[in-house]
Design a protein around this ligand. Structure first.
Ligand code: GDP
Ligand code: MG
Length: 375
């Protein structure tokens, strides 16, 4: 099911409208009878009532994830690093946490030295005596996540929910929880700003239980790590917990095949032309590859990693900035490498034509509506 009004939802679940509004109220959402509720909100209500909802989005997401892997990959599967998104209410410390992890983990003076902002970065973490990697998406969490989800892209394996210990659960905290739940992405809570005098981490835990996140020490299954981004406290524990969750998530891909994945961000650079950050989700992307990203054709001219280094290849879960696209794709577009240049051009052209067509249809529909309202 898609979005529906409070009234429609009430009749669907055979409850009074007042009851639905009351549930929403306790979730911190002020709603009126005729208000249209988003799928995530409906899910919150349904959960409260002990009902599970099957949404069109769920189905789309489930297929997308499996689409990245094909049966021919099964004999070549290798573990891949987790791709992590940081979410949470404004000012709770998302940017600070991303920066703190990056600064402590990406050694200064490392090859290249300058860290490059390409919309994603990776860190190396010692875990169980082995070296592992964690990839963080640093596209402005919320919006990017929502935009990509709207396109059916599933790019994150784990969501780190940042909640400020002195401010507790806030509207965007709740939104983040429902987004992650709808996408079936496991949540790790980082209770941030524990250095503050006014910090009340236990209260944050209590508040989170109302949204189905119960800390492990209270018998639940949500990992909650108290941290301070500002004082770089407990960041190693957070990274270890991410790897722990990654371990049970079965993150595999087949590096021995042409790459496919998702566009994380893209823009037109005056000097370099279209520049896109591509997250490789299966296969290996190489310089010289021919690809189609959304409706754009391209031939990979150069790839630059998050440390500003030119690289020849990018394996699953890694993001690279790619030069050589003929156009600027949209964030959330999927990309794939094709062996045949002609076929790739034709596919890109076909998709571009389809996009023009649907834009024209929308414009025509809008005109009809305005003509009707005039007459
Ligand atoms: P964002 O909106 O979630 O990205 O939040 P920011 O990272 O921009 O942080 C918002 C404010 O909180 C800034 O003034 C940060 O300096 C401050 N802040 C972030 N993390 C901490 C922390 O661990 N401790 C304290 N005391 N302040 C923090
Ligand atoms: Mg920020």
């Amino acid at each position: 099911e898609g979005p529906m009004s409070v009234q429609e939802l009430a009749s669907l679940v055979r409850r009074s409208e007042a009851e639905i509004i009351k549930i929403l109220f306790f979730k911190g959402i002020a709603a009126t009878i005729n208000q249209t509720l988003e799928v995530e909100t409906i899910e919150l209500v349904a959960k409260e009532l002990g009902i599970t909802v099957e949404t069109a989005q769920h189905k789309a997401e489930a297929t997308k994830v499996t689409e990245m892997l094909e049966s021919s990959d099964l004999d070549h599967l290798q573990r891949r690093p987790p791709v992590v998104t940081i979410m949470g209410h404004v000012d709770h410390g998302k940017t600070s946490l991303l920066d703190a992890i990056r600064n402590t983990k990406v050694a200064q003076g490392e090859a290249g030295g300058i860290t490059q902002h390409i919309g994603a970065y990776h860190v190396d973490v010692e875990y169980n005596g082995e070296k592992h990697q964690v990839v963080f998406l640093d596209t402005p969490g919320h919006e990017a996540f929502t935009a990509m989800r709207a396109r059916g892209a599933r790019v994150t394996d784990i969501a780190v929910l940042v909640v400020a210990a002195d401010d507790g659960v806030q509207p965007q905290t709740i939104e983040a929880i429902s987004h992650a739940k709808a996408a079936k992405v496991p949540i790790i809570v980082a209770i941030n700003k524990i250095d503050k005098e006014s910090a009340q981490p236990e209260r944050v835990k209590q508040e989170l239980t109302e949204y189905g996140l119960v800390p492990e020490e209270w018998g639940g299954d949500t990992i909650m790590v108290p941290v301070s981004a500002l004082q770089q406290q407990n960041l190693d524990t957070l990274l270890e917990m991410i790897l722990l969750v990654a371990e049970v998530e079965d993150l595999y891909a087949n590096p021995d095949r042409p790459a496919k994945g998702t566009v994380i961000e893209a823009h037109l650079d005056r000097a370099r032309g279209p520049v896109a950050t591509l997250l490789v989700q299966n296969g290996t992307l190489r310089v010289g590859d021919i690809l189609v990203a959304g409706a754009c054709f391209g031939k990979v001219r150069a790839m630059i990693d998050d440390r500003g280094q030119r690289v020849e290849a990018a394996t699953p879960s890694f993001a690279v900035e790619v030069l050589g696209l003929a156009d600027v794709p949209a964030a959330g577009d999927e990309f794939e490498v094709l062996s045949d240049e002609k076929a790739a051009r034709a596919l890109a052209e076909e998709r571009a034509a389809a996009q023009r067509q649907s834009r024209l249809a929308q414009a025509a529909a809008a005109r009809r509506v305005s003509l009707t309202s005039l007459s």
